[in-house]
Design a protein around this ligand. Sequence first.
Ligand code: 5GP
Ligand code: ZN
Length: 111
Amino acid sequence: MECIFCKIVKGEIPSKKVLENEKFLAFHDINPIAPVHVLIIPKEHYEKFNDTPNEIFCEMADFIKNVAKELNITDYRLITNNGSNAGQEVFHLHVHMVSNPNGKLKWPKLV
Ligand code: 5GP
Ligand code: ZN
């Protein structure tokens, strides 16, 4: 069975796209935790950060910077939950980009 983000890549599940190239896709999170909450994924399926080739993650860094440009934001936080105890619910590597264009983001205690 294909994962939910693979279905988004194929267009089988709709998403609000921010930016796309042949290898990566950025789209708005369906349940945002900040005024800006975008998910950035490789189109190829890797379960989590730990399984992702370094070259892919490095290439994604450049794409992430272009997403920030597209959104016209300079200040943002990147989060990748690696594994269920870290909060990962969708097992297709993704980076959360969160931002509050009108002020600071909180830095909450996590335990
Ligand atoms: P995780 O907890 O795995 O780090 O993050 C998964 C994220 O995917 C969550 O923030 C959740 O709101 C988002 N999400 C889950 N299903 C969908 C969906 O079908 N569409 C979109 N746009 N986001 C989703
Ligand atoms: Zn997938």
